[in-house]
Design a protein around this ligand. Structure first.
Ligand code: ATP
Ligand code: MG
Length: 396
């Protein structure tokens, strides 16, 4: 048992001592069995939220309305969720209500995939009601129960199927795939923010190429956020082939590859970025680098100077895109050898030029500084005070 679970074992034991059941559930059990790193330790219990709060000294009501209480222990926070069932779904997204129950098996039934429906007891027994161990062996993503019913309940699960396939390098079981094909249009009922979370995990997964091909195959692509038809099957298939070989290590690069190389106009690209409700940082990176990754051989030293704060992202994207080696080397060298990285690096600033009587405040000064910056970046002017003084007198 990995140390993360070992450290949380006393929590299970304490709940057991109080007369309730408690188990590790969800991704942590799956990842333990696979021998993979564990992110968060989720605990499910027959104790109701108020009962959990009575057992532990320090708790926080992180999601008490759906049955989750956080227990603070040795500087760690553990989420304990009461066993629950989710009643009728009328909108393809959220259950109309959750009902707390005392039975583990009811709780496991509501989970999305067989490999996410394990429970692990404090004495190390794995509870596997849906043959998830067999699916782990077969490396397949299979819905718990009837796939089409599960996707009808919550359409986000369709995106989650692809993201787990990507993360684990698993295939999607036939009936689950058939249900994806049939119900893909329901993805449009789901909030963009929730799709974004799952799609980012898909893009960063080890089998992102396969997952993107699946996304095209079952036509979830046609129901993703953004405007219809902007991101084409051809683009996604091409990207999938590239991601088979090399993968992005950061989200801005992942989005740059997905949206920034799709031959969109800058207006179309802005719309797509907004459609996905991406962060300012990601939008900025994608917008600024898109023109360069689409035509890196045409990038001037000035173009590269403008994005030198994003050098790492740019070089990683060019590498994944298999841009001509000579072009990649040229871009890397240009970025590395820039005379300055920003106007602040100029040997003389506006204030100094005024003080020395070489310039007067006003719009002309801004213009002069731009000319100096330009000349220095293009290596037509050395970045030292003497050279800049001489240049200033010359252009007057
Ligand atoms: P990760 O390691 O990426 O966090 P995870 O399996 O822990 O993977 P979470 O999204 O954190 O995934 O969800 C925790 C668990 O809750 C899942 O393993 C699954 O059992 C259940 N779950 C989460 N979302 C859903 C959903 N939409 N429908 C059904 N069950 C879900
Ligand atoms: Mg998790």
């Amino acid at each position: 048992v990995p140390s993360e679970l070992e450290a949380a074992k006393p929590i299970l034991e304490k709940i057991n001592e109080a007369g309730f059941e408690a188990y590790f559930v969800g991704g942590c059990v799956r990842d333990m069995i696979l021998g993979q790193a564990i992110h968060d330790v989720d605990i499910a219990s027959s104790a109701y939220p108020e009962e959990v709060k009575d057992i532990f000294e320090k708790t926080v009501d992180t999601g008490i309305q759906h049955g989750t209480v956080m227990v603070l222990d040795h500087g760690e926070g553990y989420e304990i969720t009461t066993f629950r069932t989710e009643s009728t779904y009328t909108d393809f997204r959220r259950p109309d209500s959750v009902t707390f129950v005392r039975s583990l098996s009811e709780d496991l039934k509501r989970r999305d995939f067989t490999i996410n429906a394990f429970a692990l007891s404090s004495n190390g027994d794995v509870i596997d009601h849906f043959d998830g161990l067999n699916d782990l062996k077969k490396k397949q993503i299979k819905a718990v129960g009837v796939a089409r019913e599960r996707f009808l309940e919550d359409a986000l699960r369709m995106m989650r199927a692809l993201r787990f396939a990507s993360k684990l390098d698993f295939t999607i079981e036939d009936k689950t795939r058939a249900a994806l094909k049939e119900l893909a249009p329901n993805l449009e009922k789901i909030a963009v923010e929730r799709i974004q979370v799952e799609f980012e995990k898909l893009l960063m997964g080890q089998a992102a190429g396969d997952a993107l091909r699946d996304m095209v195959d079952v036509d979830l692509l046609g129901h993703m956020p953004g405007e219809k038809g902007m991101i084409t099957a051809e683009h996604v298939s091409h990207l999938a082939n590239l991601l088979d070989k090399k993968q992005p290590t950061t989200l801005p690069v992942a989005w740059l590859l997905y949206l920034g190389t799709a031959s969109l106009s800058s207006e179309e690209l802005s719309k797509e970025l907004q459609g996905y409700k991406l962060s300012r940082e990601i939008m900025g990176t994608v917008k600024r680098l898109a023109p360069i990754v689409q035509a890196p051989d045409k990038a001037t030293v000035w173009d590269l100077y403008q994005v030198n704060d994003l050098s790492d992202s740019l070089l990683q994207a060019l590498d994944i895109l298999e841009v001509d080696e000579a072009v990649q080397t040229h871009v890397a060298n240009t970025l590395r050898n820039l005379a300055i990285r920003s106007p602040r690096d100029l040997a003389l600033n506006g204030g100094q030029l005024i003080k020395e009587g070489l310039a007067t405040p006003g719009p002309a000064l801004g213009n002069l500084l731009k000319q100096i910056e330009h000349a220095v970046v293009f290596n037509e002017l050395d970045n030292n005070a003497e050279a800049i003084r001489a240049f200033t007198k010359e252009v007057e």
